[in-house]
Design a protein around this ligand. Sequence first.
Ligand SMILES: [Zn+2]
Length: 235
Amino acid sequence: MPPRNNGVKQLHRLHLQLKEVQDQLDRGPRQLKARQQIAIQKQETLEAAKQANKAAKMAVDQKNLQLKSCETKLSDHKGKLNSASSNREYDALRKEIDADTMAMSVLEDEIIAALEKVDVSQIAIKKVEAELTAAQAEEAKFTANVAAAEAPLRAKMAELEIAVAAAETCLPAEAANYYQRLVQKYGAEALAQVDGNICSACYVALPPQLLVQLNGGQITFCKTCGRLVYPAADE
Ligand SMILES: [Zn+2]
């Protein structure tokens, strides 16, 4: 008759496998969310770039209007120059014309700068559009991968749950309830091996009496941390 706690090591191995499958199931949606977040950020960056482009274009239009009004003023002042009735009036008009010319030159420089801003923002839009497309493609690919992985993982989990239930039959009825509470609380960490005389969950030595019980094949719980323990080398 093999020792009763022979099955505990196997039970722990199954719990660990179950945890790994559960972790994989949890990881997929989490990683997917991160990719969705990237796509959302790119979308926001694109909106901002479009706004900047719109503002730059409006600035160009405004400056062009100002330039037009300056041109009108200039030709108006030039037209009046020939009919000036006095030197004083003539000089005043010449000053206006100089001021108009200066204002137009400043506006022309500003228009060039504003047009450069339009170009830069258009390049930014193209770049972010490409990044958004790539992020959306990555998201779609990842969504498909997660969906494809889910069914096999769920099947594996169901399989392992059955194996765990079968392995649990090594536990005597009086220990079963306590064990179930342990599993609810700690999951796979509800079980721990004992290396030499040290519990690998709490790193405290088992009292000699408990060690004798453990090595004699009895179902044993660590006195310090309460874990279901089993000898490290029992095969
Ligand atoms: Zn312990």
